[in-house]
Design a protein around this ligand. Structure first.
Ligand SMILES: Cc1cc2nc3c(=O)[nH]c(=O)nc-3n(C[C@H](O)[C@H](O)[C@H](O)COP(=O)(O)O)c2cc1C
Length: 171
């Protein structure tokens, strides 16, 4: 199965990017064709502006993927602006695709923020979500490394379940 991991944060020291990298490594270890797209390397423009060539390429990559994993940072109890741009512009061919969410937040009380992404993906494109979200806060990291063994265990479970359910949905 072809999995595309979209890391949507533009932060130079993005924590959700670290979650995406860790899951990517786990999926590659399991022999899955997995790859990360880092939004920091894409010129993102809002819907009514001219779409950049990188955004067109991202739409094609999303279209080719069997399933998607979306990395998000919480902004104001919701998804961040860059992720909304990606959803509005690059999710043209995602109907029914299986997806998972990896989320970084400042604090522990914003865990329901991922529901906004769930709502968009389910209501707009009837996408099917893995019923396990990896949610991390700054306490789970020491500089650029994951310091929480509990978070590493949740990442392991997420990767295992994503592969197992994702591959069944392809048959
Ligand atoms: C504009 C803005 C709004 C934020 N709002 C929240 C919030 O509502 N709840 C929360 O827990 N953290 C909030 N944060 C903290 C981020 O979620 C946190 O820095 C997280 O690491 C962001 O993910 P990233 O590092 O991948 O960009 C906010 C940060 C910014 C810059």
């Amino acid at each position: 199965m072809k999995t595309l991991i979209i890391s949507s944060s533009l932060s130079p020291d993005s924590k959700s990017f670290i979650l995406c990298s860790e899951v990517n490594n786990k999926l590659l270890e399991r022999g899955i064709e997995s790859k990360i797209i880092d939004a920091r390397e894409i010129k993102l423009t809002a819907y009514h502006y001219k779409e950049s060539s990188e955004m067109k390429d991202l739409s094609k990559e999303i279209s080719k993927a069997d399933n998607l994993i979306i990395g998000m940072g919480v902004h104001c109890y919701s998804i961040n602006d860059s992720l909304k741009i990606i959803l509005d512009n690059c999710f043209n061919d995602v109907t029914g695709k299986f997806f998972g969410i990896l989320c970084a937040a400042g604090g522990e009380k914003s865990y329901l923020s991922t529901m906004h992404l769930t709502q968009i993906c389910m209501n707009e494109w009837r996408m099917i979500q893995l019923p396990r979200v990896v949610y991390a806060t700054k306490k789970d990291f020491k500089e650029d490394n994951i310091s929480s063994s509990e978070l590493l265990e949740r990442i392991r479970s997420f990767s295992e379940e994503f592969q197992s359910i994702g591959s069944k949905l392809l048959h």
